[in-house]
Ligand binder design. Structure first.
Ligand code: CA
Length: 353
């Protein structure tokens, strides 16, 4: 009996110790690229923090700092690398100046659609390539939502041929801007806060921004009537970047909670984006009946495709890992695109009959 009670007391003590270890609260800091005023991208980190707190019963806390606080919206990746923050919410392609191949984990001109890109990432080798690329930076990257298809931009004049683009002052940043510059456009990188005035005063002739919900908020439908469909950013994926060393200090259950919450908030963001774009487009087409949705003519598209390919080949010649990812994505598109075309695209085409 005495032995039993000794063992019992020992086990009880052990259980109490285990509970004490479980009760330890872990703290992470998150620097985000977008302020809270930005539709859904601005609120996703707070949603993540709240979900993680609930799922972990208060054992994992995330403090979210907006750009107002950390002052470096496009410096968040570096801050996580340096250990100044544990997490960053941002888009990989903002850092192409540091490592060009990061573009593949957001979106690339003439790249995959959302469903294709997630299939590539999860089942076509994308995740392993991301681990390789981000591992070199001491980071782990988690997909955390997508803003989806982007539009090709707002133009004051209709683009009837490649000749109409020559010297046109078009605000288009990133890889799309590099491609446009190659075909004769004067690619501008006007800061977001000056875009409306620049377009109004003809300092720029056209502007590429995001999609209806963001474009409406910028006021572009008031100033330009031709809204071109996209080619440059077909599946903009947003990332949560994590400091690898810090992640290794988290117990396995809290790490699983964080990863599950990231996937949940990411999926929510994708649905929010679809819903918000649908609402915004309904408003634009009602309030601005002069706005016409246009497609670039065939000679423009042919020139864009050729220029995009040249840029990819230039990068591939410089960096074998860029080449590896490029080939992985091209091979996956060759496999998945026939299904996209016969499935969803075939369905929509058939409905038009
Ligand atoms: Ca854009």
């Amino acid at each position: 009996m005495r032995l039993f009670s000794t063992v019992f007391a020992f086990l009880l003590g052990f259980a109490t110790l285990a509970q004490a270890a479980d009760a330890k609260v872990y703290h992470l800091t998150l620097a985000t690229t977008w302020g809270e005023q930005v539709p859904f991208l601005g609120t996703a980190p707070a949603d993540l923090a709240k979900l993680v707190d609930t799922m972990s019963n208060g054992r994992l806390k995330i403090r979210v700092d907006s750009p107002n606080k950390h002052k470096a919206p496009f410096g968040v990746m570096d801050m996580v690398k340096a250990g100044q923050y544990d997490l960053a919410y941002t888009a990989s392609y903002y850092y192409k100046g540091k490592d060009y191949k990061l573009v593949f984990f957001t979106t690339v001109p003439f790249g995959m659609l959302i469903s294709e890109q997630y299939a590539w990432y999860n089942y076509g080798g994308g995740k392993e390539l991301a681990a390789k690329v981000y591992g070199e930076h001491g980071l782990i990257s988690y997909p955390m939502g997508t803003t989806g298809m982007q539009m090709g931009g707002w133009f004051k004049k209709e683009i009837k041929s490649l000749a109409d683009l020559q010297g046109l002052k078009f605000r288009i940043p990133g890889q799309g801007g590099e491609v446009m510059a190659k075909i004769g456009v004067t690619a501008m990188s006007t800061p977001p806060g000056e875009l409306y005035t620049a377009l109004e005063r003809n300092t720029i002739d056209a502007v590429e921004w995001i999609s209806p919900v963001f474009d409406l908020a910028m006021g572009f439908p008031k100033l330009a009537n031709y809204y071109y469909t996209g080619w440059q950013e077909p599946a903009s994926e947003i990332q949560l970047l994590a400091n690898k060393k810090k992640m290794d200090t988290l117990p396995a259950d809290l790490r699983a909670i964080l990863e599950t919450a990231v996937a949940t908030v990411g999926s929510q963001l994708m649905n929010q984006a679809t819903n918000a774009n649908a609402n915004a487009w309904a408003n634009i087409s009602k309030d601005y009946p002069n706005v016409k949705v246009q497609q670039f003519p065939a000679d423009v598209m042919a020139a864009l495709k050729k220029a995009a390919k040249e840029i990819e080949e230039e990068q591939a010649a410089k960096d074998p890992v860029f080449k590896e990812i490029l080939e992985s994505q091209r091979a996956y598109i060759a496999k998945v695109r026939p299904w996209t075309l016969m499935g969803e695209y075939g369905y929509l085409k058939q409905l038009e009959k």
